[in-house]
Write a new protein. Sequence first.
Length: 406
Amino acid sequence: MGWLYRFEMTPNAIEVFSGAGGMSAGMEASGFTVVAANEIHEPFARIYSDNHPMTPMVPGDIRKVKDALIDATSGLDIGIVCGGFPCQSFSTSGLRDVMDSRGFLYEELLDIVSKTKPPFFIGENVRGLLSAIHPKEGLGKKGREALESISSRIRRLKELSRIRSQKDLPAADQLELDALSEDSDALISEQTRYTEPIVRKIERDIKKIGYYPHFKVLNAASYGVPQFRQRVIIIGSRDPVGDEIFPEPTHFSKSMLRERAFQISSLSDDEITRRPYVTARDAIHDLEDVPENVGFAHIFTKNSDEFLEKIKRTRNGESVYGNFKEAYFRIFPDRPSPTTKENHTGTLIHYSLDRMLSPREIARLQTFGDDFILHGNKTDILKAVCNAVPPLLIKCIAEKVKKYLR
């Protein structure tokens, strides 16, 4: 390290797009003070404030409340600005609409960084970000209109294809789908004239505000989170650093540990067995006999008798609906769970009990502590918890970055 930023006291952080506050929980666990946060969805903001009562919450659309968020930190030195900017337009499980306005919200995070000038910022998003596209810079009015026309037809193709995968379409819709499918290659080819990879645009925008961009895919399970959750982590630094800014993995599969032991002869037997992946059973087994408790967010989904029979017939590693991989899926007890997602309350199925996981069990898989308050509508709680950034993953990242802030 050729340089260090020095803070007289605990370094300060701002969280944007906070949701339930997974990033704030991880930042605080690593020794940061979160001095302001923003969230647009009121139920999520309420959960955040329940758990971070000393942190000013600036609710609302970041495009409208950005100045208020910055004003809330007036006079403070900021060490990190962090945020998991909305992923809907990048996720491979969504429509990936290139004109979705949410795909531009990372620019708000960068604008806050440019105005508060922290030594570092941390962004988080789905792995689909790496393959997503974005309108090219400098598109004129005609170019944007052409792209909107092309994108609307591609969006319609995806919508009809998704519906068709679940049920038969009306005759008119089927004819429309057939016509769009015939034109799909031409539409995608035409779209490329007006677009570029989103990561190229983000990298360019980071450099424009005077920061060095660093991108890496991290798997939360490799850092002690009992969940396979691959996310793109973006770290921006005011001064040049290498990939050493990212934390080294701390947990491995048993086969990886055996290979690691073979490659590193100095590794002791104790070290070989000490750091396997944390499994779903490790995280939630003690809740198996705990009755439903709404105050603790150990809330059970009420299923029909017919659906309950389907759950009973679903084996570990299978979904009630066959082609679903991360919803209505019975997890394995001896592995980290799949990525947690909320799909109309259809989360994951318990590895041995014939029910969906409770919000508290999912919070455990996300590494929220049992003292994390989860009050409100069950659907809102599930969305907030399932979509959060695992606090333990952020703690590992923030601890590494903090070494540059001593």
